[in-house]
Design a protein around this ligand. Structure first.
Ligand code: FES
Length: 251
C-alpha cells in the first residue's frame, strides 16, 4: 500500500508531520481532523498600540479519533460540525474549494534585502497583523542590522498563515519546525474569531483527494466566506465572524 506522504509536496523550509495527523476537507461538508493533537483557542494579543505581539492559549477541546469541525460558520456547536452545512447554500455559503494545489511560492512576491529576503504570498493573508511590528516586516527586511533582521524573522514566525517567509543568504527559509498544534484563532483587538491555525506541517487533503502543499504554518477558513477556500483570506474580520467561544468578546 502506498504511503500518503508519496502524494504531498513539502514547502522548502517546512517539515511535514508524519504522525498520522492530517486534515481532510470534505465536499460541501466539514473538515475532518484525523489523529490527536493539541487543540485549543489561540488568542492574538495586541500591545497598547494595537499591534499583534503574542498568542495566548485558551480553552482546550477534546478530540475523537476523527473530529468533525465546522467550516461553514453556521454550526451552533462550534468548533464542531452539527450538520448546518446542509443549509449552507441557502445562507449564501459556498464551500467549494477555490485554492490552488500549486506551490505557494510560485505566486509569491520576493522582496530582496541587503542580507535576507522576504517572500510574500498575499492571497494567504489571515489578517493576524504580526507583520506590523516596528517599521513593518517589508521595511525591516531592507536593513542589515541585527535588530531589524531578528524583528523580521520573528514577525514571519508569528504569521499563522505562512504568507510571509524570511530567507537567509543560502536562499533557504528561516523556519522553526514547530510541533503539531491546532489553534482556533480569536482576534482580541477586533473582537472577532478567525481561522483554524495549523502549526507544524499538518497535511491538508482537498475535497478532490489531492493534497495541498504542506507548510509549517497554514490557516483554514471556518467562517465560510473566504475566496480562497479552504484557506483563510482574512474575510472573517470584515464580516466580524463570531464563534461564541472567546472570553474577550463583548459584542
Ligand atoms: S476564517 Fe478567515 S476568511 Fe474565513
Amino acid at each position: 500500500m502506498s504511503n500518503p506522504s508519496d502524494y504531498w509536496h513539502v514547502q522548502i523550509g517546512s517539515t511535514a508531520n508524519t504522525s498520522e495527523i492530517f486534515i481532510e476537507v470534505t465536499k460541501d461538508g466539514p473538515y475532518i481532523l484525523h489523529g490527536q493533537v493539541p487543540f485549543h483557542l489561540q488568542y492574538i494579543i495586541p500591545d497598547r498600540q494595537g499591534v499583534s505581539r503574542s498568542y495566548e492559549n485558551g480553552e482546550s477541546f477534546k478530540l475523537e479519533k476523527d473530529t468533525y469541525l465546522c467550516r461553514c460558520g453556521l454550526s451552533k456547536d462550534k468548533p464542531f460540525c452539527d450538520n448546518s452545512h446542509e443549509q449552507a447554500r441557502s445562507f449564501g455559503v459556498d464551500l467549494t474549494d477555490t485554492a490552488t494545489l500549486h506551490d505557494s511560492l510560485q505566486t509569491a512576491e520576493i522582496i530582496e534585502g541587503p542580507v535576507f529576503s522576504l517572500s510574500d504570498d498575499e492571497k494567504l493573508c489571515a489578517y493576524a497583523r504580526f507583520c506590523d511590528q516596528g517599521r513593518r516586516i517589508w521595511n525591516e527586511i531592507s536593513y542589515s542590522d541585527e535588530n531589524s533582521l531578528e524583528g523580521a524573522i520573528n514577525m514571519a514566525h508569528y504569521c499563522p498563515s505562512g504568507r510571509l517567509l524570511v530567507w537567509n543568504q543560502e536562499n533557504a527559509p528561516i523556519e522553526e519546525n514547530t510541533v503539531a498544534e491546532v489553534g482556533l484563532i480569536e482576534d482580541v483587538l477586533n473582537q472577532c474569531s478567525g481561522p483554524i491555525a495549523l502549526w507544524g506541517g499538518i497535511p491538508v487533503k482537498s475535497s478532490n483527494g489531492r493534497y495541498y502543499e504542506v507548510r509549517n504554518r497554514q490557516t483554514l477558513c471556518r467562517c465560510g466566506q473566504s475566496s480562497n477556500k479552504p484557506f483563510c483570506d482574512g474575510t472573517h474580520a470584515s464580516m466580524e465572524f463570531q464563534d461564541g467561544l472567546s472570553k474577550y468578546t463583548q459584542k
